[in-house]
Design a protein around this ligand. Structure first.
Ligand SMILES: Nc1nc2c(c(=O)[nH]1)N[C@H]1C(S)=C(S)[C@@H](COP(=O)(O)O)O[C@H]1N2
Ligand SMILES: [Mo]
Length: 197
């Protein structure tokens, strides 16, 4: 999204903030208010639906997968943005290699331990900044920010990233999530201000 001037290095400028957003230096907490506390022993993440290799990951199995880091900006539809969030965890490209979506898979439905759901097209997951995150700023993600593990999709509004994620289903058709059923945009692109449908 940054304009490049020929012959000059790319610099960060005001246009790093999507339209209608303001910068926050803190880290607001936004969710349904339930904040389920799941111990690592009880935690499991199920991948199913249109995949060749359905798998339910335990905490140990998740942590044995290749670990990656990515620093990205976070944009909430309620107009706050947070820059330089240091996430760590497993990239979705690695997870997709593991579960192998079938040719019929086109959409993804995420279900969380608090009952929250959200949905995306499958294609948004093929991006190196999309993570199943377990760390923030070098520390485990706190329960209030979605630990043990949450989905981070930096190029979409933050409601598309399920905190406390429990199940990831690959579908042949789109299925709307909690906010999408209540009038939020299904595309959720902060740069296009896709807030509501
Ligand atoms: N499980 C779950 N995930 C969720 C939500 C929720 O209510 N439950 N809220 C979403 C919204 S609207 C936002 S802005 C971000 C907030 O993440 P934060 O609390 O870490 O700032 O989580 C998203 N993921
Ligand atoms: Mo949000």
């Amino acid at each position: 999204m940054r304009a490049k001037l020929s012959g000059r290095p790319e610099v960060r400028s005001e246009d790093r903030l999507p339209p209608g957003q303001h910068l926050t230096t803190g880290f607001p907490v936004l969710d349904l208010g339930i904040k389920p506390k799941i111990s690592h022993d009880d935690w499991a993440l199920e991948f199913g639906g249109e995949v060749e290799s359905p798998v339910t990951l335990t905490w140990d199995a998740l942590n044995q997968l290749p670990q990656s880091r990515d620093t990205s900006d976070f944009h909430c539809v309620t107009t706050w943005s947070k820059f330089d969030c240091e996430w760590s965890g497993v990239t979705f490209t690695d997870l997709l290699d593991l579960v192998k979506p079938t040719a019929a898979a086109s959409h993804v439905l995420y279900t969380a331990y608090d009952g929250y759901t959200t949905n995306t097209p499958l294609e948004v997951l093929y991006d190196s900044d999309v993570l199943l995150a377990t760390g923030f700023g070098g520390e485990p993600i706190t329960t209030e920010h979605g630990g043990p593990a949450r989905v981070i999709i930096p190029k979409l509004y933050a409601w598309k990233g399920a905190k406390f994620v429990k199940k990831i289903e690959f579908l042949a058709e789109d299925e709307l999530g909690y906010w999408e059923k209540r009038g939020y945009s299904n595309t959720a692109d902060p740069w296009m201000e896709d807030r509501f449908s």
